[in-house]
Design a protein around this ligand. Sequence first.
Ligand SMILES: NC(=O)C1=CN([C@@H]2O[C@H](COP(=O)(O)OP(=O)(O)OC[C@H]3O[C@@H](n4cnc5c(N)ncnc54)[C@H](OP(=O)(O)O)[C@@H]3O)[C@@H](O)[C@H]2O)C=CC1
Ligand SMILES: C[C@H]1O[C@H](OP(=O)(O)OP(=O)(O)OC[C@H]2O[C@@H](n3cnc4c(=O)[nH]c(N)nc43)[C@H](O)[C@@H]2O)[C@@H](O)[C@@H](O)C1=O
Length: 323
Amino acid sequence: MSDSFTPGPLDRDATVYVAGHRGLVGSAIWRRLAAEGFTRLVGATSSELDLKDRDKVFAFLAEHKPRYVVLAAAKVGGIMANNTYPVDFLSENLQIQLNVMDAALEQRVQRLLFLGSSCIYPKLAPQPIPEDSLLTGHLEPTNDAYAIAKIAGILQVQAVRRQYDLPWISAMPTNLYGPGDNFSPQGSHVLPALIRRYDEAVRDGATEVTNWGTGSPRREFLHVDDMAHACLHLLEHYDGPEQVNVGTGKDSTIKEIAETIAGVVGFEGTTNWDTSKPDGTPQKLLDVSKLAKAGWTARIGLEEGLRSTVEWYRAHQGELREK
Ligand SMILES: NC(=O)C1=CN([C@@H]2O[C@H](COP(=O)(O)OP(=O)(O)OC[C@H]3O[C@@H](n4cnc5c(N)ncnc54)[C@H](OP(=O)(O)O)[C@@H]3O)[C@@H](O)[C@H]2O)C=CC1
Ligand SMILES: C[C@H]1O[C@H](OP(=O)(O)OP(=O)(O)OC[C@H]2O[C@@H](n3cnc4c(=O)[nH]c(N)nc43)[C@H](O)[C@@H]2O)[C@@H](O)[C@@H](O)C1=O
């Protein structure tokens, strides 16, 4: 543990910069912090502040002087986006995280939470995946570029801790979903893609839908409101150089997920599987014992979370992000 960390509540009147505050995770963290009584939340959209613009990032941090930073801005996408645009995922994410962390270091930000992803672990890591399997094997090729950028972020947090003794930390979320997700058919992750596909099939009276891959990969899904809760919990209670996995500790096959979503939206037709599309890693289930030891476990069950996300999707179809 760093000498400069004392576990306990963060100062509700300190300035908190949530980078990526309009995204799935950033918006949930913003809601959570506001509900918890934080009075000085700072954010900027990518059109107001492109985090790839190093000088502007330094100027922004110098102006606002946040005491705490949550780094939830990143180029994010599902398996197809990652596989198709690897250089964008590598380069943009390296630039964003390097600029924000370098500027935060210049301001000696007291607590910084860096968000990575469960795809940092080897493709054939033991299941459930413990934190110490990082860098023990080859990555899944569909998202290796993104994973390498995220691994560099973990290393940057560790390097700042070593050289400056600042109690910065990293969290590795499993696959997330919830209100504010990206529902774009090509660019999104599987849950929003399937919600949209099955819902449109019901609306159009279609009797068949086609999903990607074989349906046999196993994935773990965490509701983003749980994720936001876990982030604040870690900021208040965890300090250490090793990244912390954030998940539910339970996984399902994509086929099972598809059946659940079809049931929730009321689709009664046939599901086909397009095996020309990639499956990605065969299983991604996080070992969440470190998180449990830090005092946090997930609360929102998958079916409950899916129902509320479908409701949110139906109520916000006119305002969806397309990418
Ligand atoms: N979604 C998931 O399943 C998972 C996500 N994560 C991690 O969580 C974090 C947040 O992801 P998520 O919320 O899903 O992603 P989103 O795509 O929903 O949001 C990303 C946010 O980053 C901002 N952003 C992207 N590029 C720039 C830029 N150049 N300058 C400024 N802001 C930028 C966007 O801003 P704007 O809206 O203003 O354009 C947006 O608010 C990421 O680090 C991601 O790796 C980890 C595991 C799973
Ligand atoms: C969070 C995580 O997200 C990405 O990895 P992934 O877990 O493979 O994510 P995914 O949600 O896109 O797919 C999960 C599974 O679902 C299947 N699948 C079926 N039908 C659709 C479909 O219509 N869309 C999508 N996207 N997948 C589908 C798909 O073939 C795959 O087997 C990373 O790139 C990485 O960046 C990362 O960190």
